[in-house]
Write a protein that binds this ligand. Structure first.
Ligand SMILES: [Fe+2]
Ligand SMILES: [Fe+2]
Length: 261
């Protein structure tokens, strides 16, 4: 079971050459599923969403998508009246999707908010209702791997700490531990890294992707992740863009931790 994790496509601030390289790579690699972890557009315009829709439609596999902070309109009335209207119209109605895909049970949570009790509305939040939904999802899941998808990361890369606030993240981390979530996919920072959180009985991998296609690069070029699951093993390839194509720059293999208790 192969899953491609792409993020922060930022249609509207995208590099069309990189978009074509990403589409070609995904078609060639043929993962069963593509997960897009938010910031699909740059400014949440109709044109940008239509371009994103066309990109997804050109892929032969299913796409699992959640919104990011850039998928809400800026300071116009739509942001406050119906913030996800365009996202829903062009992509999907479901902001917190769920999918059982072979050995992986996947839950997505929308962490982007129209307004936050913070000066920076690019930050994220998770609600008590969403945490209950995560719990309900994974209590009923029977797949060996449990995967949660967020736009805002809960960890920071050691080499590139960023001040990102996710409101109620402490409670969410507890839910992740309680529900023995194996992998948390995220984006937002435009920086690929893997952090591990080892609890007494469980290990969670926090896997972030760089921007897939945007010109908004920071310390890394564009990139994405390929995850290949068996019932007991996971290989993660981190790919980077250079000279017209994406290639693996690091690969990691993990085994399913033994759960006790
Ligand atoms: Fe982004
Ligand atoms: Fe973001």
């Amino acid at each position: 079971m192969k899953i491609a994790h792409i993020s922060d496509l930022h249609f509207g601030a995208h590099d069309p050459v990189v978009v074509d390289a990403l589409a070609a790579h995904l078609i060639e690699a043929g993962p069963h599923l593509v997960i897009a972890s938010g910031d699909i557009t740059q400014s949440a315009t109709e044109t940008e969403f239509a371009a994103a829709r066309a990109f997804f439609d050109a892929l032969p596999m299913e796409v699992f998508v959640i919104p990011g902070n850039h998928d809400l309109p800026g300071m116009d009335l739509t942001r406050f009246v119906n913030p996800f209207k365009r996202y829903k119209h062009h992509l999907t109605d479901d902001l917190d999707p769920e999918l059982a895909a072979g050995p992986v049970h996947i839950k997505g949570i929308n962490t982007a908010r129209r307004i936050l009790p913070h000066w920076n509305w690019a930050n994220g939040a998770v609600s008590a209702k969403q945490r209950r939904e995560i719990a309900r999802t994974f209590e009923a899941a029977t797949a060996p791997w449990r995967l949660l998808v967020l736009h805002h990361p809960l960890m920071s890369p050691k080499e590139f700490p960023l001040d990102i606030t996710v409101f109620n993240s402490k409670a969410l981390l507890q839910t992740i531990t309680d529900q023995r979530v194996d992998i948390v996919l995220a984006g937002h920072q435009h920086h690929a890294y893997i952090e591990t959180r080892q609890e007494v009985t469980h290990k969670t991998l926090f896997v972030s992707a760089s921007t897939g296609t945007s010109t908004r690069i920071r310390h890394q070029p564009q990139g994405f992740n390929l995850l290949e699951f068996t019932d007991t093993t996971l290989r993660i390839d981190q790919l980077r863009y250079a000279d017209g194509r994406f290639t693996t720059f690091e690969a990691h293999t993990h085994t399913k931790p033994v759960v006790s208790g």
